[in-house]
Design a protein around this ligand. Structure first.
Ligand code: ATP
Ligand code: MG
Length: 565
């Protein structure tokens, strides 16, 4: 990989185009009071890394300009929404390090005001109830090059419209029987202006308002107005809303007129985050959870914030990643290895080093005294010498990684092989003298002799060997389950594969469970759920919530180096 700026260097990057625009607005006196943004999640799923990009923008811009950022749940579709999601979203935003203070809002808080505004639009002859089916309405939309056709219900009287609209909400009509449409222009070059639907009937209890409403506003008739009610100055969203912006402005102007105000929120758009080997669609993530294809929303393979947290990501590493990729006006695809790079850099600096053997094979040091235990000093973190050392017990029988031994090794193999010397990290140089195999030809035991004059740190030991292996004592080490995580999908852009069922693109090796890893005993003192470690020579690991007093469970956050798997 080419040289990547460090997490710190990234912090000092220049302004992005949204920040520049905000600064201009401030300079030109367009921001009367404070910069005021909002983050508007729909509580229909858990937040993912894409949302983190939006959160860093919305809360970040407010922070940067001494402004405010509201949290507003965009809960206008009761069918898909749930309080489980509301709670999880709040937890994740806080975990990322942002806070909305006392400004927690719901679009549903504005249902009454939105209703009044809709009635006002009807009274002004700017909205009508259409009794056509969704298909008929779609047919009349026209195409970008061809004007649409007016609905036969377009010119009914204000009284009739008001009456029907109110009855829509009383529950007198079935879902789909009629809708409220804004009366704008069926020939507009912007398709969104061709009499957009602004209210529809949904007969499903809402997670906050229960059965009070049977008619609900559409996104386009709720979002900008909610911004208006909250005094939002900059309503920052993703590029797919760019084409909605004229409509956003239209309703905001209409509302300002009704309210006799000159204020208008400004919508701005940036590119959404798409990442290789990652699925960002909430609908499909929900499907993975519902069908048990992953452990849950917080499965360490999920791109959700809670999944990343369980995987071992830190808020700092996620923010460093977001800063690194930046904000532009063009959609693109980000290499997931950039995200991995950010956590690797963070954990390299901060994670305590631990000896862990994931695929153990026993080594017997034949000339080491039976029953002797020597406590060897191991640095906690070479990046932070001030964090000192801890001790690891050395004994006659130890485990090393099975792959660190090779029977018929080439000259270039610097790990353990018969008749060659290697160093056991923090301990002695040993020479392999032989092996024992079981009936299947699998190596059962490896025999070595140690050289007592080669103890690490001992003065006068000038001997150098090329290979250094990590190890743990068979007697003192503790058992652990280790879950090795790889990419969840086998293809770079799973969303692009529209021809196949996305579930066939799942990587069968995305989770590999190692039941019998062995870890040095120091881990018992320091392992807490969520705590992160570097397993020497292997990778970064995080204690999973499935751990118990009897068994520790670790998730591999990332390997030590970028391996492109
Ligand atoms: P839905 O299809 O359910 O609307 P959504 O991903 O747009 O899904 P929202 O809850 O509406 O979900 O998103 C909240 C905010 O997060 C929006 O402002 C949206 O633009 C932003 N957002 C969502 N996905 C991404 C992404 N991949 N990258 C950047 N921002 C995103
Ligand atoms: Mg959305």
């Amino acid at each position: 990989m080419t040289q990547i700026e460090s997490n710190e260097e990234i912090e000092k990057k220049s302004l992005n185009f949204i920040e520049q625009a905000i600064e201009n607005d401030i300079k030109e006196g367009k921001v009367i009071d404070k910069v005021h943004t909002r983050f508007p999640p729909e509580p229909n799923g858990y937040l993912h890394i894409g949302h983190a990009k939006a959160i860093c923008m919305d809360f970040g811009a407010a922070e940067k300009y001494n402004g405010l950022c509201n949290l507003r749940f965009d809960d206008t579709n009761p069918v898909k929404e749930d309080t489980e999601y509301v709670d999880a979203i709040m937890e994740d935003i806080h975990w990322l390090g942002f806070d909305w203070g006392d400004r927690l809002f719901y679009a549903s808080d504005y249902f009454e005001k939105l209703w009044q505004f809709a009635e006002e639009m009807i009274k002004r002859g700017k909205a009508y109830v259409d009794e056509q089916s969704a298909e008929e309405i779609a047919k009349q939309k026209g195409t970008p090059t061809q004007a649409g056709t007016n609905s036969p219900f377009r010119d009914r009287s204000v009284e009739e419209n008001l009456d029907l609209f109110r009855r829509m909400n009383k529950g007198e009509f079935d879902e789909g029987a009629m809708v409220l449409r804004a009366k704008i222009d069926m020939a507009s070059s912007n398709m969104h202006f061709r009499d957009p639907i602004i209210y529809r009937i949904i007969k499903h209890p809402h997670h906050r308002t229960g059965n009070k409403w049977n008619a609900y506003p559409m996104y386009d008739f709720a979002h900008g107005q909610s911004d208006f009610f909250e005094g939002i100055t900059h309503s920052i969203c993703t590029l797919e809303f760019e084409v909605h912006r004229p409509l956003y402005d239209y309703f905001a102007s209409e509302l300002a007129e009704v309210e006799n105000s000159t204020y208008k929120p400004r919508q701005m758009e940036f590119n959404r985050l798409n990442m290789t080997y990652t699925m960002m669609s909430k609908r499909k993530l929900l499907q993975l959870v519902k069908e048990g294809l992953v452990r849950d929303w917080d499965d360490p393979r999920m791109p959700t914030i809670c999944g990343l947290r369980r995987r071992g990501y830190t808020p700092e590493s996620i923010k460093a990643f977001i800063n690194r990729i930046g904000y532009t006006k063009y959609d693109g695809m980000i290499d997931v290895s950039l995200l991995e790079h950010s956590i690797r850099e963070d954990l390299n600096k901060n994670a305590t080093r631990i000896s862990a053997v994931i695929d153990p094979v026993k080594v017997i040091i034949t000339n080491y005294p039976e029953g002797q235990v020597e406590m060897m000093n191991i640095e906690n973190n070479p990046e932070k010498p001030e964090e000192g050392t801890h001790q690891i017990p050395f004994t006659k029988e130890i485990y090393i990684e099975r792959e660190d031994f090779m029977e018929n090794a080439s000259k270039k193999f610097f790990r353990m092989t018969i008749d060659k010397e290697v160093r056991l990290k923090g301990a002695y140089i040993v020479k392999c003298t032989g092996i024992k195999k079981d009936a299947n030809g699998e190596i059962e035991e490896i025999y070595c002799e140690y050289d007592p004059d080669t103890k690490t740190g001992m003065s006068g030991c000038a001997r150098k060997v090329k290979g250094t292996l990590h190890w743990v004592s068979t007697q003192h080490s503790v058992p652990a389950e280790v879950r090795l995580y790889n990419r969840l999908f086998t293809v770079e852009d799973p969303s692009a594969e529209t021809e196949v069922d996305f579930r066939t693109l799942l990587n069968p090796d995305s989770e590999i469970i190692i039941a019998n890893a062995r870890i040095e005993p120091f881990i018992k003192k320091v392992a807490k759920v969520g705590e992160k470690f570097q397993f020497q020579r292997i990778g970064y690991f995080c204690v999973d919530k499935d751990s118990s007093d009897d068994k520790l469970v670790f998730n591999r956050t990332v390997s030590l180096k970028d391996s492109k798997n």
